[in-house]
Design a protein around this ligand. Sequence first.
Ligand code: IVH
Length: 689
Amino acid sequence: MNEPNVPPEDEERAQTLARELHDHNIRYHVHDAPVISDAEYDRMMRELQALEDKYPALASPDSPSMRVGAPPLDSFDAFHHDPPMRSLENAVTEEEMVAFEERAKRFLLQTYDRNIETFDFTCEPKLDGLAVEVIYRNDSFHSGGTRGNGVSGEDITQNLKTVRGIPLRLRFPEEGPEPPAYLAVRGEVFMNLQGFEKLNRERLEREEPPFANPRNAAAGSLRQLDSRITATRPLEVAFYAVGRVEGFSFQSQSHLLESLPKWGLPVSPVWRKCANLREAVEFYEELLRGRADAPYEQDGVVLKVDSMELQNELGSTSRAPRWAIAYKFPPKQETTRVEDIIFQVGRTGAITPVALMKPVRVGGVEVTRATLHNEDEMRRKDVRKGDRVLIQRAGDVIPEVVVVIEEERPPDAEAVPMPEKCPICATPAERPEGEAVVRCPNPVCPAVVRESLRHFASRRAMDVDGLGEKLVNQLVDSGLVSEPADFFALSKEQLSSLERMGEKSAENLLEALDRAKKPTLARFIYSLGIRHVGEHIAEVLAERFGSVRELSRADTETLVSVHEVGPQVAERIVRFFSDARSAQMVDNLLKAGVDPQAPPEAAEGGSGEAAFSGFSFVLTGTLSGRSRSEAKAAIEALGGRVISSVSKNTSFLVAGERPGSKLKNAESLGVEILDEDAFEQMLAREKGS
Ligand code: IVH
């Protein structure tokens, strides 16, 4: 064969690209910790592909262009895909889309002498999560795995079973068709933004590192060795393709997307069959415009030639099908320069390094600062003043620095040391052993006070309409407010004397403060800003104790006996209420007329001592006497909680007819199991007492 000779510089370039891409692949697929943007990765991959296309001798079988992921970790069994799960070609411009269509037309003409004017395309959002395959045999969930390198991934059967969107049995639609006897479905497991933000808030409250983006959160959750952890994560799924299928055939991609939901398999709620490329591009533009408001992250639109017959004729290259392409959205990562590194003091006294950056637009929003999280993170990433950095934002989360672009480090880039004193009140800073956080230990540090007041008034806490960050700042600066109770003593005169505050707004604020005087007990507890007490723990405490008084009297032992309250949290609560200053602050609030409302269940039992309070129940199988929701209501009426998955902390498993895998789980964890009779007797006994 007369293949062109490879110039040495091209050979060398291809080797460098291959090595680096391998490296990035492993970071992305094995560690869920990419250090370059997807756009940069794609650019490198295209450059390598172009070189390999030009000089086929460069395309070794283990080139990163031949693989779509990294090898599985040791700890999971391998999961094989037959046929392989292929990757997708990418396009970022409309010209590239036109070129894709032209290539497909040319291929059909040259190979089959078939002349196609326009294709029907089915278009779906490209969801950003982890690709999986799930196998159904005789209508039952059989097994499932990650895509891995496309040929073999990890067997994550147990974890996939915990994803609520994945049916364990397929439905038989009345109007037909019956589900196929053997069905391998492929799709994306992802986390929506709301679930992602909630998970990160909880992690921050527990002082665990937050996930950088929903994709990492989804991937990290699915690749847990302990599927019980997976079960607590808000994962969703959308199926978009099939592997091996027996006993059914799909005529087109749109037929596939219409059929899967009939059997109970979710697909993306938005997709469209388009009559030509122009319509497909319009769909892309519509999704791009709506991107900021979408409940989940999308990184583009996937176009698929609708007809399966044409798909089969078009076939695939070694990497990707010729009948599909991902038309990518502009990336949500950008590079910019760090102009300064400053230190912020938060509500808990935590001193956080923050990079101030040359303003840059990321995913449609201007970004000027990015958190460096803490001292260790700042050192690990080695971020210096003057550095060029890659930053990213995902959802609500404060933008963060992903990586420093070291090749572009100016010679005078300066590492900034952590301050030894609080930058606000100059109290010597502390870093307790084993903690990543440096803190200002002064409870009356103006920054701590200000942040606590902001937290108190915020939407998730007392939710005082109109009392935003700016106004809290004004009130603190003018000396009108120094503790939460002061908000409730404000007069119309005092308020209208503030800058930019008319009489009408003053009245509105006073009304809002009045309305805020009856918070739920849970919100009130949360608003106090006790460390490690987030919204969820606040709810648990409110349910168990029923009043602030009861909570303030609880000792560590009582607190630890409450499901989900660990020793660390218990200690913080005890410490908070035994500190004279915080106890006084709470007292002053109650004196100012704040009247937290106990949750109904706890109120029934008097002081929160409802019969089932502090007990958690998991339901499995079918009860003959009650529906799921009736059983749940009965348990909750007695102060108990119904949760969805079994852990060693679960109090009881209620097992009806045909119990699922939860029964086995409960047995192996030594959780007490109640059959329907025992459960009914227990309810009757407690209701009577
Ligand atoms: S189709 C042969 N459809 O994108 C068809 N993929 O770059 C291959 N993805 O591994 C996949 N949404 O993780 C397809 N609607 C969609 C998708 C989608 C997200 C992901 C998937 C795949 C990767 C390919």
